[in-house]
Each structure stands twice: as C-alpha cells, then as structure tokens.
Design a protein around this ligand. Structure first.
Ligand SMILES: [Zn+2]
Length: 317
C-alpha cells in the first residue's frame, strides 16, 4: 500500500517506489512505433501516444508546434510535448528528455551503413520512459495525500537533428536541440510578458541516455556551472541510495544537449544526467548514433538507479 517509506540512512529523504519494469515497458512501447524521426508516421503516432500517457497520469498536456532553421538552412517543423502536473509547490520542477530519433546512423563505422534512422532506445526513449514512470508514481503519491512537487514535463523534439557527418554544405551553429531552443525562447518570453503565472520552473533535470547496463553519469560542466546545488543534491541522493557507481564524481567537459538552452535561454538551472564514457573515442557508448541503439542495451537496474534517484530527490522537501 505504501509507496514511500522512511529510510533512516537518508536523513530528510524518503525512499520512493519506482518500477523499472514499467519504465522499460514505456521504452519498448516507443520503439514499437518504429524510429521516431520527425516527419514520419512513427513520430506522429508516438507523439499522440505520449500525449495520452501524460494525460492518463493527471497532467494537463499541450502540443507546442513550431519551426526552426535546420543544419541545411531549411525550415524544420517540430512538435514539443509539454505537460503540467499540479502538486503542492508553487513552482514546478522541470523534467525533460528528447523524444525524437536521429535520422542518420552516422557513427556507423562503414559509410554505407550511415543512412538508417537510429532506433533510439537509449537516445532517448530511455529518458522519456523514466519520466513517464516518475509521473505515474507522483500521481499515485498525490492520490494518497502525500507531498509531491508540481511538475513541468517537456519532451523536446528535434534534439538529434544536428549536422550529419555526410553533409558537405556550410556548417551552421546551433543545429542540435532545435525543440529545446524553441521551447526555451517561448518560456522566457512568457516570463517576461507576465503570461506565465502558475507554471514557472524552479529547476530542471534532463535525462539523456539513461538505460545502458554500464552507464556512468559524470558531473557535466554546463550542469556544474549553472545548476551546481541541484547537481550536488542529485548526486548525494544517488550516493545515499547506493547508486554511486552510476552517478560518478568525475567531471565531464560541456556536452551539447537540451539543458544548455534551458539554462542559457530559459534561465532555468538545469542538470543533465547523461551517460558519458570518457574512454571511448566519441565520449559515448558503442551504440551511440548507430543501429545498435536498441532494446538490447536497456538495463532495468540502470533505469531503477536513475528513476529512484530523481524521484527521491524531487519528493524531498
Ligand atoms: Zn543523439
């Protein structure tokens, strides 16, 4: 019956129930649509499914449609999916992940293999799956009359549309993270114009590639620069819960990801929990931006570590 139990070792924190099985099934369900490449039927259908899931767990959902200039200088349509969950706090905690798949497997070693869409199990159905399960748990806690924070969930589109390795045109800047750039600008404008009254964000947590069996999450530079306190809180919670082997103390160089724009354009301190592997050539796992980014590389223990750490952190007063 009880979703949260006091745990003596963790001072003011409560150890929250998080079901890795459930998060895993949300990942599998996204993959079942096919690669969620913007402009495809799989993308549209998965987007509609995500809207349904968020609404089912008590959030007010809205689609944010827009366009941004892409790597080739063309207009790129995008669809961010935002959901507000009313908890006990005036300000919300932003939980975000990207939900699109990269159209090109351009990290495949053989050139001919670089034109498939990335299946996107870790990158980033994993982050979306963990957030859906967190929302489900928070909604259960709210129904039991327990303290829960208000949540602003955003699934960003077009994160992975950055210039492909086979492009020979002129390099442009800011070709990654198109959806978060769009969302962050709109958020900032709403704050400035006073339109955003009930869903201002206190801080944010971005989840990207959070399901690999040997995932390690370093203290990434942009996160440490803009959101040091929140990073400390998350890493401390992870350590208290026994997940220090995932949430490592090592620093990492700045990683281009949605949190950069959430920090710099929206002005919300945001921590990136991202699997970074310093000993590889790319800095990421062997499956990164290849056809190997499939369900085989999703591990329930890793999902549990991430989900429980985030849920425990956000539910601590
Ligand atoms: Zn990616």
């Amino acid at each position: 019956m009880f979703s949260c139990q006091s745990k003596a070792k963790v001072a003011s924190e409560v150890r929250c129930t998080f079901s890795a099985d459930s998060a895993y099934s949300y990942i599998a369900q996204q993959l079942a649509f096919g690669a969620r490449v913007p402009g495809t039927l799989a993308h549209q259908q998965c987007g509609d499914w995500l809207v349904g899931q968020l609404a089912r767990y008590g959030a007010q959902v809205s689609n944010q449609y827009g366009t941004m200039i892409n790597y080739a200088g063309r207009q790129q349509p995008l669809r961010n999916i935002a959901a507000y969950f009313q908890g006990s706090t005036a300000k919300a905690i932003l939980l975000c992940a990207h939900w699109d798949c990269r159209p090109w497997t351009d990290e495949e070693p053989i050139y001919e293999d670089r034109f498939y869409p990335v299946p996107g199990a870790n990158d980033a159905a994993s982050g979306v799956g963990v957030i859906l399960e967190i929302l489900r748990q928070v909604n259960l806690l709210k129904q039991q009359g327990q303290f829960v924070p208000s949540l602003q969930i955003v699934f960003f589109d077009c994160e992975d549309m950055g210039t492909p390795s086979h492009f020979n045109g002129k390099e442009r800047e800011h070709t990654w993270c198109l959806g978060s750039q769009f969302w962050a600008k709109e958020y900032k404008e709403a704050i400035v114009s006073g339109k955003l009254s009930n869903c201002q964000c206190q801080y944010g947590i971005l989840l990207d590639m959070v399901g690999d069996p040997s995932a390690t999450f370093p203290r990434e530079y942009i996160s440490s620069t803009y959101a040091a306190n929140y990073l400390e809180q998350l890493w401390r919670t992870a350590s208290n819960l026994g997940y220090g082997r995932y949430f490592i103390q090592q620093q990492a160089y700045p990683i281009t990801d949605d949190h950069y724009y959430v920090n710099t354009l929206a002005g919300i301190p945001c921590v990136d929990i991202i699997d970074y592997k310093p000993n590889t050539q790319t800095g990421f796992a062997h499956w990164w931006h290849t056809r190997g980014d499939d369900i085989q590389n999703i591990n329930k223990q890793t999902l549990q570590a991430v989900g429980e750490t985030v849920l425990t952190t956000i539910c601590s007063k």
